[in-house]
Design a protein around this ligand. Structure first.
Ligand SMILES: Cc1cc2nc3c(=O)[nH]c(=O)nc-3n(C[C@H](O)[C@H](O)[C@H](O)COP(=O)(O)OP(=O)(O)OC[C@H]3O[C@@H](n4cnc5c(N)ncnc54)[C@H](O)[C@@H]3O)c2cc1C
Length: 385
């Protein structure tokens, strides 16, 4: 019998394991992180590398270890590995620090590379069935599934792909975006930071890039106001009892499809020097022949390949596994389908949530690194009684 099984080995699952070991004194051997990838943090490493982003969007105090200043200390004197504003760490520095954290807490040995197929809960334990047929027993389970398994695919793009066209999603599992091997003419679809970064990356590699965005640039440093990281906004949010209203507040607070000023500036510079073409509009139809034609209201764009940077579907993560848990144990959900959990993110005496599943408690930053840290603090609070 394990003490903890964490389902999902992304930023959230790994940070939760760190908290349990370093703060709650859980013996590492009594904890497992189950995630189908060959390595922990696979989705983070793949997505950040595919976009070509050089610095995180969030500040240096948001990372996987406990002490907020751990990453700054880890970097030592390497000041140029942080970007202004807000002391944002370089992606490769953050990855080195993640490696250091995985080693420090012995987490690689606690990774079980499998997918959880089913969870059954009793009053004092949980049974976790894996897709290879094995079964684990644990006193507690944390659901730390993120959105990684559900990149958003517009219908026309899925249709093109089914016809064998070269269409990829930048966040798709197993996709390694290599600009040097990309065809000559590429459409990048999306209007936020990742679309801009991918378009710039491909154009730097000499590709003829058409970026297609449904909207003009929405310039915001962060994907929600920093007030949502602390009591300034969260106090009011917690006081809202109506969960439909909380969902509305989350949607309003998120700057969906936005990008920081520096990325906007780089994009505008590339457009004005004709390194890439920016089209404002929506693809209404697409055809595949020897080349791909994407129809906009006022243009037809002809390319050899399409890269989608259209984010993740807004669906509740976890799919049938979560549907069954809800049905078997009558777990409470809001009308948006997301878990109704207590202040310690407990959905059942044996079950906790973090990441998107915790957002009706943690608020708009729930999916971010800051959200992982908030969730860790809340779940640890449950252990103190
Ligand atoms: C390109 C990019 C840049 C970002 N930059 C920042 C940033 O600078 N700062 C910031 O705060 N946030 C950032 N974010 C947002 C957020 O921090 C990341 O998306 C983060 O990776 C989310 O982590 P996660 O653990 O919730 O989810 P994921 O990384 O999606 O990990 C969840 C894991 O759970 C696994 N899983 C799902 N179902 C099962 C199952 N049944 N059994 C076992 N495992 C399962 C999945 O396979 C996956 O590996 C960024 C996101 C992206 C995409």
């Amino acid at each position: 019998m394990l003490d903890w099984v964490i389902i999902g080995g992304g930023i959230h699952g790994v940070h939760m394991a760190v908290r349990l070991i370093a703060e709650a004194g859980v013996v590492p051997e009594r904890l497992l992180i189950v995630d189908p990838a060959e390595r922990l943090l696979d989705s983070w490493l793949r997505c950040t590398s595919n976009t070509g982003m050089r610095f995180l969007r969030s500040p240096a105090v948001h990372h996987l270890d406990l002490d907020p200043y751990a990453l700054l200390r880890f970097a030592g004197k390497a000041r140029k590995r942080f970007a202004r504003p807000y002391n944002r760490p370089a992606v490769d520095l953050f990855a080195e620090h993640c490696d250091h954290v995985l080693d420090k807490y012995g987490l690689r040995a606690r990774h079980c590379a499998a997918r959880v197929a089913e969870v059954e809960l009793d009053c004092d334990s949980a049974r976790v069935r894996l897709d290879d047929g094995d079964e684990l027993s644990a006193r507690n389970v944390v659901l730390a599934m993120g959105s990684a398994d559900a990149p958003r695919w517009p219908e026309w793009a899925a249709e093109l792909r089914s016809q064998g066209a070269d269409v990829q999603h930048v966040f798709e599992s197993g996709i390694v975006l290599d600009p040097a091997r990309s065809p000559r003419r590429v459409a990048v679809v999306g209007g936020g930071i990742s679309a801009a970064q991918v378009a710039l990356r491909l154009s730097d590699a000499g590709r003829q890039v058409h970026m297609i965005s449904r909207h003009a640039a929405r310039v915001h440093q962060f994907d929600s106001d920093p007030g949502w990281m602390g009591p300034k906004n969260l106090r009011g949010f917690q006081r809202v009892g109506d969960l439909g209203k909380r969902r509305e507040l989350i949607t309003q607070a998120r700057h969906a499809g936005s990008m920081p000023a520096a990325v906007d500036k780089a994009l505008r510079r590339a457009v004005s020097s004709q390194q890439l073409e920016l089209h404002l509009g929506e693809v209404t139809a697409a055809t595949a022949g020897p080349e791909l034609t994407l129809m906009l209201a006022d243009a037809a764009i002809v390319v050899d390949a399409v890269v989608l940077a259209t984010g993740f579907s807004g669906e509740r993560p976890g799919g049938p596994l979560i549907d069954k848990l809800i049905a078997d144990h009558s777990l409470p959900c809001a009308s948006c389908g997301y878990p109704v959990v207590d202040a310690h993110l407990r959905w059942h005496p044996r079950l906790f949530v973090t990441g998107p599943l915790a957002e009706l408690r943690v608020g708009p930053v729930s999916r971010n690194i800051a959200g992982a840290r908030h969730a860790g603090v809340r779940i640890l609070g449950a252990l103190r009684g």
